[in-house]
Design a protein around this ligand. Structure first.
Ligand SMILES: *Cc1c(COP(=O)(O)O)cnc(C)c1O
Length: 377
């Protein structure tokens, strides 16, 4: 059997071990410490180059925790409604349920595969007409491709609804230089093992207002009031990032630009090598948009080969690929949640496949994948 080729696996740069060792040597083996502070500064400097002190980061245990705290800080409560992109990973929507609120799902548009501004506005108008004005909007930048943020922010502003930006897949992506992770009132990043950089598991809440990031740090460390004893006037969470994980993160930040270049090169390589196969189509990038191409995705549109046939053929030779995210309005757990759209995300799910996209793929592995794909067609 051939060795396994993963969809997206961790790729260390080299200095991660040095930072982790430093954490051990200084006994900062805790959910706080110098690496946590340093990692937060590294992310701020990356998101707003030259102006890092204008954006505030709270390093957390996961991207899901960042979205959850984001909703809490936007005061989303039981019985509220929150608009969420339907085509996404469940972690975009689960925190809405943690709050006892109801997700209202919005379809994708065909250019970026992300939240359709048109259906977003339709959803807002209809919910308001029903006396249920949404409390927040969660757009996502799938596979690194920025959503149509100009239109989404405009609509959100018109109706005065805050945007919680799920940038978990889009660290390093931007629109005309404005980084994903800086569009929302609050934004969420993820450093899970499969993301473009990883802390093994981790995430961050990003905010333009320093007080929001400070509150996130407070809530993430059990909401302890300033007192010598344990005194609490808020419900707290244990969501802070550990100094060990942040040490890995500091090493990963040193190679982030390289990782972005490698992921983008994967996309260009696949696109170039597979261009003669008429049954495969690669997504186009809108003018002014820059995707980190976290995962290379392809639409399978062939008379004799469908997405599942291609996926199973790759699986048979130990190559991992995966269908695009199944829309949340089609998930049993969210059955009955309101949905606004025209079926775009369902069609994408039916025909779309994510190809192995690790920044650590070797040329030999890439040639093997190519050979297998060509053999199927
Ligand atoms: C990975 C991911 C998350 C969750 O991040 P975790 O760090 O795994 O909790 C949220 N949203 C999207 C779109 C993701 O891809």
């Amino acid at each position: 059997m051939h060795p396994k080729i993963w969809l997206s696996s961790p790729h260390m740069g080299g200095n991660e071990r040095k930072y982790v060792t430093e954490a051990f040597d200084t006994n900062w083996v805790a959910p706080l410490g110098p690496h946590v502070n340093g990692f937060e500064k590294d992310i701020s400097a990356f998101l707003l180059p030259g102006n890092g002190n204008e954006i505030h980061v709270a390093a957390l245990s996961s991207g899901t925790a960042a979205i959850h705290l984001g909703l809490i800080l936007m005061d989303v409560k039981a019985g509220d409604e929150v608009i969420c992109q339907s085509m996404t990973f469940s972690a975009s929507a689960n925190p809405i349920a943690y709050q006892g609120a109801t997700p209202v799902f919005v379809d994708s548009e065909p250019d970026t595969w992300n939240m359709s501004p048109e259906f977003l506005e339709e959803a807002i108008k209809d919910r308001i007409a029903k006396g249920r004005k949404p409390r927040a909007i969660i757009p996502v930048h799938l596979y690194g491709m920025p959503a149509k943020m100009d239109a989404i922010m405009q609509i959100a502003g018109n109706y005065e609804i805050p945007v919680l930006e799920d940038a978990a897949e889009a660290l390093g992506s931007h629109i005309n230089g404005k980084m994903c992770g800086t569009f929302g009132v609050i934004s969420a990043l993820s450093f899970n093992g499969n993301k473009i950089i990883t802390t093994s598991g981790g995430g961050a809440l990003v905010a333009h207002d320093a007080r929001i990031a400070e509150k996130a740090r407070f809530l993430s460390t059990q909401a302890r009031d300033a007192a010598p004893h344990y005194q609490h006037s808020h419900i707290g969470y244990n969501y802070r990032m550990s100094n060990i994980c942040a040490g890995i993160g500091r090493g990963q930040m040193e190679v982030l630009q390289e990782r972005i270049a490698q992921r983008r090169a994967n996309f260009e390589w696949y696109k170039n090598e597979l261009q003669e196969i008429a049954g495969l189509a690669f997504p186009a990038t809108p003018e002014g948009y820059f995707s980190n191409h976290w995962l290379t995705t392809v639409i399978v549109n062939d008379d004799s080969v469908d997405r599942e046939k291609l996926r199973l053929a790759l699986e048979a030779v130990n190559i991992e690929s995966r269908p695009l995210w199944k829309p949340m309005h089609k998930q049993p757990v969210f059955a009955g949640a309101p949905f606004y759209g025209d079926g775009t995300s369902e069609r994408l799910f039916e025909k779309g496949l994510c190809l192995p996209s690790g920044s650590n793929l070797t040329q030999q592995e890439k040639e093997r994948i190519l050979k297998e794909i060509k053999a199927v067609f």
